[in-house]
Design a protein around this ligand. Sequence first.
Ligand SMILES: [Zn+2]
Length: 432
Amino acid sequence: MKAINRRDFLKEGVKISSGTLMGANSPGIFTSRAKEETSIDGFSAVIPLPVQVVIDDVGWWSGRDGSKDQEPYRSGIQRNHVPADYEAIVALGKALDIRPQAAMVLCEWDKANILSALPSATWMGKSWDNSKWVGPWMEEAADIIRRNKRHFEITLHGVGHEYWTGNKFSRAEWADTNGTMRPPGEVEKRLDFFERIMSQHELGAFPSSFVPAAFNHGFGATADHSVSMAEILSRHGVNYINTPFHQMYNAEAVRYPYFGFDADVLTVDRGKDLLDWNVIGIPPTGVINGPTCGMHWANLLHPDPARNVEIVNKWVQLLGPYQDNADTMLAPDSDYFQSQLLYRTLTKITRTKKGIALDFKAIDDRSAAKVKPGFTLKVKSEGALRFRSKGIKIRSIQSKKAKGHFLYALRLTGMKGSDKASVSVFHFNTRR
Ligand SMILES: [Zn+2]
């Protein structure tokens, strides 16, 4: 960015109004007093809430809800899945410049029937035979995933989604309906098999994110297990879990409004999805109230795969404003999402004569491991602004003019050692 020179600085002065911090329960948010919002000299600054798109139950080739026959619920639609259904995820990612999480179930991708060695993971048990789903569509879909890593993140969701004892299943794969984890040995085996099926198709490294099947999950250790699900996952490289807290066992132990740490794994509240799990071909409506836009694969698709794009476009329309609003943003990927959420929650913003001061003292060691990607600060003003930072780098500035005000998105990064940084704000327009 072009820094304002000293002469301009002296001539224009620093025309800012005094503001108020919005109370201890709104950290990360700073704004002028309402009556000053309209002042040419007023501006408001916010570390916006990131919204991450998470799409469950990706990976089935059959769409059929088989639950009445002790088969998985799958995606619950009346047709098979096709490579175009993977294109839909990529198209959403490209249109919004984000990397949606595809929470995948991989049993129907097993082309060597290795799952016969893990009978509790599928409805066929030891006689597991997946040959009917082995075909060229696998390579086509794998190719889409491999070529579009920037717009498709594989998230661990399950191998068979449920847990079979003999030929009956119970919900769900990783934990029962009380959130009690399955035996650790079973959990470990599933992680290994998920990885092995991924490598059958060269789908890349094991995921770093997890969505529990059927959202059955416990925060911390459950029943008489000595380790938590998060702890086991963490040994396999998972560092972030996304699940609705209203369905999570021991959610009351979560420390912050939208997230908690289980071992060193960030566990984030998914909240409520806008659509039911098996709704297909219907434009989404409603308001996203937290940091996750959760949906199921069917919700992004059309009964006719050639028309998937129509539904994808409706999601683009629904999500676009979250990027443009002052108080929210679409997370570009899940790493940035975690970083932004931590900065949003843990940064204290105060007003200074020159602009704003940022205090990162509340970012402890465990959080510090996650905040490398930096964060976005949004500044809203009636006039055009310039910025200069100290103690942190401004990597980029995007600006937009709409409805009579300017909205700036500053990408800040490179905070080193110090707990403090500042952003000076200069007005271009002076009206005296
Ligand atoms: Zn699921």
